[in-house]
Design a protein around this ligand. Sequence first.
Ligand code: SF4
Length: 511
Amino acid sequence: MAQNVNNIKDHVDLFHQPEYQELFENKKQFEGMPDAEKVKEVAEWTKTWEYREKNFAREALTINPAKACQPLGSLLAAVGFEGTLPFVHGSQGCVAYFRTHLTRHFKEPVSAVSSSMTENAAVFGGLRNMVDGLANAYALYKPKMIAICTTCMAEVIGDDLGAFVGNARQDGSIPDDFPVPFAHTPSFVGSHITGYDSMMKSILDTLTEGKKAETTNGKINFIPGFETYIGNLRELKKIISAFDLDATILGDHEMYLDSPNLGEFEMYQEGTSLEDAADCINAEATITLQTYTTPKTRKMIETQWKQKTLTYRPWGIKATDEFIMGLSELTGKPIPKEFELARGRAVDAMTDTQAWLHGKKAAVYGDPDLVMGLLQFMLEMGVEPVHVLVHNSTNAFEKEAKELLESSPFGQNATVWGGKDLWHMRSLLFTEPVDFIVGNSYAKYLERDTKTPLIRIGYPIFDRHHLHRYSTMGYEGAINLLNWIANGILESLDRKTDTPAVTDISFDLVR
Ligand code: SF4
């Protein structure tokens, strides 16, 4: 049946129409699908301990990865800088994936170009694509900087970005002094956070070349990391302003990924000025707000720039206290009064709600810094993490997570699962159920399958709107985390008690 333009059905309704139902039935027969009884039997078996053991013995296959690929992180790093156009050397399909992945989360356009490599380039190398692509991108989109990363294809054939950019300059594609940082971002290793780190390092390395001065400029640099909560950038700016700090945020993608609709499309939305970024080599110190998204960048700052670096992850009360006190110590400035009030409000909210979270068992997954931040907060609330899964894990992360969990009475029953995927998480949830899971939108399949209530915190969040506008760090961030987790638990409680005379023993207005 053709769609009626006056009554366009959403796909949810559309696929219930008889012609689609018939089509699905025919498809099953065409594919030789086993009968429904057999499917049910196997599905039940996949919920058992026996299957879990087989699942965890799996080595050469990933099912439902809880990570994205390297170039995606490079794009996020690049768009934090003024007038910067991300340029992906590789196939077009890859860059379409990065753009849509970011756009679906932030609900903002993300402009990135590709060198559009096809079969020819795969055989003969992508030099011509790069030379022409840079010339076109420079002429058409008039960027102030082009940040190049690679896809798997370019890496497999071994294209040399440094040499290619040199050739493009010789050919006149871009001016000699035009900044073109580049990062090799092979996606068969690492993840989006590796790509973020490589691009951030390259941008800072490129812009600061020859800029080292005799004395410092008295400023402090802040690197937010792979930050998908725009509210965190605003929170950081509030803290900088309250302390009256002379600071540079490297890179500041707040406007790019949360731009106001003023009626005209702006391809480049503010971001860290290239001038400020070039001078960051002369700062007093650099503070990173994530640990595992900036190891190479921090190493460069310490060893090449000889600049002090500090890392804080201000999620929850204790870690925010440490950040605020650390800033006071570093700058010699007193702690502004407003933080005392903000802290008091967060502590008050946590006290009001603690009874609903205390002793609740949780599963959590995501990027290493996000998971560490969540653990910091959840342990403060008396939540008991049981399954802690990080696909893009490292030994350092696992050590830090285990130490934190062991230091708390609420962390004693937790297991840290490094390098595991969401199909592993499914087995964990069926065999050792928990009260709720914290994760990104992909966990909605786990929620439906295992009936574990999902609290959406992380990246990407595609199926709920505007959560990324809030903060997760600082005292206000603690209230947001509390709000999401506690109200998620209360909603699930209402759902569980909503059948009159059956489950409504305690269906109550007041919680
Ligand atoms: S994993 Fe490789 S091929 Fe796939 S989208 Fe990422 S860069 Fe492209």
